[in-house]
Design a protein around this ligand. Structure first.
Ligand code: CP
Length: 311
């Protein structure tokens, strides 16, 4: 693997997931692979899981890890040909080139603006790192995608499924803040590549990018959509058509124990209790959010392993 910025960098989903489940049994098996190699993790935005799980994954492989909260460094300029006489002190061309001198792999987290749809769709941060770095790039969540999360999600479904082709439903839920579509986008793309009965449910106006959703069934009736589900993945996202807007905070869309039925509950976390999902779900045995978060380590580890093998 050269880079991991989209789930489509994975050649074979089934074998990668199988390999990851094996790796979990013996996480230090390849602890020599990353010896004397450095992962630099760059955070333009906050993180708990991605930061800790990716560092843990790198350490399982024997790598050294350096972390930079980019907001503590010089303000970066991304436009070409700009006269840099305002606030931005360093151009991405130099910054990415310099970081490549210190890193064997660079991992980047950069959220969308949720204001400028075109700019977010261009993925200007991750694309600039791909263009100006001389080492592989991993996305730790970009403007439109969260491929490490989606890989962990697919591993979790595989581990907990009790039938060959489980019913998996992605359900929108209310949230007080405008959130990106990235997690939902990558989960939709991942489920399209798995042997599952997959559908999405959300209120009208919350349609995701149709180029991502393609022919996945969408149901505006949550109760109907969740019937007989094996997995309910709950996530808020802001409107894509009315870009970045909160159109509804209707708490009838919060997931309750009654609506969950016999399904397993999934969420990428962090989650707002009793807004997105009620306590009774999170505190029940049907919630697999901690196991899902644990799988973030092994999703990152398999990606790092595949990149290190090609260095
Ligand atoms: N799910 C996820 O990416 O968590 P963090 O934002 O805490 O990294």
């Amino acid at each position: 693997m050269k880079n991991y910025t989209t789930i489509h960098n994975i050649k074979d989903f089934s074998s990668t997931i199988k390999e990851t489940i094996e790796l979990k049994k013996n996480p230090f098996l390849f602890s020599e692979l990353g010896k004397h190699k450095t992962l630099v993790m760059l955070f333009f935005n906050s993180s708990l899981r991605t930061r800790l799980s990716t560092e843990k994954a790198a350490k399982h492989l024997g790598m050294d890890v350096m972390v930079l909260n980019v907001n503590d460094a010089w303000n970066l300029e991304f436009e070409d040909g700009t006269v840099m006489n305002l606030n931005n002190s360093e151009h991405i061309k130099e910054a990415a080139g310099v970081i490549s001198q210190y890193a064997d792999i660079i991992a980047v987290r950069a959220f969308p603006t949720l204001k400028n749809k075109q700019k977010d769709a261009s993925e200007h941060v991750i694309t600039s790192f791909l263009k100006y770095s001389s080492v592989p790039i991993i996305s730790m969540e970009s403007a439109t995608a969260h491929p490490l999360q989606a890989l962990a999600d697919a591993i979790t479904v595989e581990e907990f499924k009790t039938k060959e082709r489980p019913k998996v439903v992605l359900s929108w839920a209310p949230h007080p803040k405008a959130l990106p579509q990235a997690v939902a986008n990558s989960f939709v793309e991942m489920m399209q590549n798995r042997d599952v009965d997959f559908s999405v449910t959300h209120p009208e106006g919350y349609e995701l990018n149709p180029e991502i959703v393609k022919n996945v069934p969408v149901n505006y009736n949550q109760e109907e959509a969740l019937k007989d589900a094996d997995f309910v993945y709950v996530k808020n996202w802001s409107s894509y058509s009315d870009y970045g807007q909160i159109l509804s905070q209707d708490n009838n869309w919060m997931l309750t124990k009654e609506k969950l039925g016999q399904a397993k509950f999934m969420h990428c976390l962090p989650v707002r209790r009793n807004v997105v999902v009620e306590d009774a779900v999170l505190d029940s045995d049907q919630s697999v959010v901690l196991q899902q978060a644990n799988n973030r380590t092994f999703a990152a580890q398999i990606v790092l392993k595949k990149i290190l093998e090609e260095l």
